[in-house]
Write a protein of this length. Structure first.
Length: 556
């Protein structure tokens, strides 16, 4: 079997369904049979409009309309582009136009409620009522046929569309299937459908496995996180997936009264896949939800990226979490040396179904276990490349060693292998080099969190002073209504970070929501650096080194 459509249609039945729980608590349902029928009608409509092989942008709110439209595009051999539904306003509309221009898309598909607001973007609602689903004829497709475009969460002005083929998708979903000891029955989640983890890890995984899916909107989860765990409880889900943020949000916000009504004992796999996966987050969630039946062996930390469809490594079912501590001074020298009181890192699972190597990013040579370098991946899950960007595709997707060995994906992520497990330490471009030391921003951010546990997200990054040296800036969110003086909070954070790392620090305390992140909860550190240097951050309190003040005055 070489294409995803054939695989899915072999699993069409009335005893499996997609259930969307609306924000008001009501439900919308489609059996696989009805989903298939509506997808075929959509495909007939798309083919009648001459859209075969033409990319189409999908702008939908969370719900079943997106699932029908996306599957209809697959059935019609129309490369779909899942994207966030824009808010009202020129900046958001400009981002949509940038995506359309980059992908060469001429049409936007949406639902009735949003069609008029998107009319200036050539938006259409597929009128499938007159379309006969029985008139659908499957177009010729193979493993190499383009399935969809997954836009990465990079710069708003320079998005990159990852071209994912049917073969990529089938291979990656099979890697997920092999993680489980028994067939998947029911998934539950809240992740956005336009992000690779929500699209592949939830929606397409359910279709591939022939399993039920019950899901909700990301907004409903953020407003009331207990709703996610209530889905698991009410529907007896055995599989869920979330970035680190989701588990931490539940731990902080779910009350004792809400906890008493939860039953997580059916959950066999809880995948955590965003970077970084924090040992403290997993431990706190375990403690908090053990009374609800959550078991430590349920955890499945993993590592992945859109350029490899989704998953690269993941801990198989039942193995639980491996947390090891490493000497921070050795990590700065790109070596992983175990140390009982060192920096904790979470193992992201063994390599299976793909080839993975740790490579010196400058010398392009493979490194030994315990040496930190760039993570390179090779195998059928590695996507075709970036849409319309041949130079970037060659540089990222066609890397090779001096020996000329293989077609390798350069992930841009740093990590190491030890005892058969992958540990991810950060992004190459995020590493801050101070006086020859390699500092990982997540380590600085975790130190700030220990100094002020009630604070929100933080982002650490480096800026280059006029004298050529690198200086560390930390932007720290403060929660509304947080007790205590801002100056005292700043002193605690700066004292903790400078004591642990022995470096000078500039600190900005900002309102909650000011630290930007991607749809999967990954920090956008480079974007935060751009906002800082351009003066577009308005702090509640700031402690800046004189050299950084001089830098900002020059920029201004």
């Amino acid at each position: 079997m070489t294409d995803f459509v054939t695989h899915v249609r072999n699993r069409v039945s009335d005893d499996r369904e997609f259930v969307f729980v609306r924000d008001d608590g009501g439900t919308d349902r489609l059996t696989f049979t009805e989903l298939d029928r509506r997808a075929r009608a959509t495909a007939v409509w798309l083919a009648a409009h001459g859209l075969t092989d033409e990319p189409v942008l999908l702008l939908y709110p969370a719900g079943l309309d997106f699932t029908v439209a996306f599957l209809g595009c697959l059935y019609a051999r129309v490369p779909a582009i899942p994207a966030p539904l824009p808010d009202v306003g020129a900046p958001h509309a400009n981002r949509v136009r940038t995506l359309m221009r980059d992908a060469g898309a001429r049409l936007v598909l949406t639902d009735h409620a949003h069609a008029s607001g998107l009319s200036n973007l050539s938006a259409r609602v597929p009128d499938t009522a007159p379309a006969d689903p029985d008139a659908w004829a499957p177009p010729a497709m193979s493993a190499g046929t383009l399935a969809y475009l997954q836009y990465t969460s990079g710069s708003t002005s320079d998005p990159r569309g990852v071209e994912v083929s049917h073969g990529n998708l089938l291979h990656n979903l099979e890697l997920f299937r092999l993680l489980a000891r028994r067939p998947l029955r029911r998934l539950a989640g809240w992740l956005p459908h336009y992000h690779d983890m929500g699209l592949v890890g939830l929606q397409l995984q359910a279709l591939h496995a022939g399993a039920d899916l019950v899901f909700m909107s990301p907004g409903a989860f953020v407003a009331r996180p207990v709703r996610w765990l209530e889905l698991i409880t009410r529907y007896g889900a055995d599989w869920t997936v979330s970035p680190d943020f989701g588990y931490a949000w539940c731990t902080r916000r779910i009350t004792d009264e809400q906890l008493a009504g939860l039953d997580l004992s059916t959950l066999a796999m809880a995948i955590s896949g965003a970077e970084p996966i924090r040992a403290a987050t997993l431990a706190a969630f375990e403690r908090r939800f053990a009374p609800a039946g959550f078991r430590p062996a349920t955890w499945n930390p993993g590592y992945g990226l859109a350029e490899c469809t989704l998953m690269v490594t993941c801990v198989p079912q039942g193995q639980g979490v491996t947390v090891r501590r490493f000497d921070p001074a050795a990590l700065e020298r790109h070596r992983a040396v175990p140390a009982p009181e060192g920096t904790p890192l979470v193992a992201c699972g063994p390599v299976s179904g793909l080839d993975l190597r740790i490579v010196d990013p400058d010398g392009l040579r493979p490194l030994a276990d315990g040496e930190i370098g760039e993570i390179w991946v090779c195998g059928p899950s590695v996507a075709l490349g970036y849409r319309g960007r041949p130079a970037e595709t060659r540089a990222t997707f066609h890397a090779g060693f001096h020996s000329g060995d293989g077609r390798w994906l350069r992930t841009g992520d740093l990590g190491f292998l030890l005892d058969g497990q992958l540990y991810v330490t950060g992004r190459i471009k995020d590493v801050i080099i101070v006086n020859g030391r390699n500092l990982y921003p997540q380590d600085l951010e975790e130190a700030a969190a220990r100094a002020n546990p009630a604070a929100g997200r933080s982002a650490a990054f480096g800026v280059r002073r006029h004298d050529g040296g690198e200086h560390v800036v930390l932007v720290q969110e403060m929660r509304r209504g947080q007790p205590g003086d801002l100056g005292e909070a700043a002193d605690r954070i700066m004292d903790r970070v400078t004591r642990e790392f022995g470096i000078p620090l500039s600190l900005l305390l900002v309102p909650r929501g000011a630290v930007r992140q991607t749809t999967s909860g990954k920090l956008r550190r480079r974007h935060m650096r751009e906002l800082f240097l351009s003066g577009r951050l308005t702090p509640l309190h700031a402690e800046l080194e004189p050299a950084v003040n001089d830098l900002l005055e020059t920029v201004a």
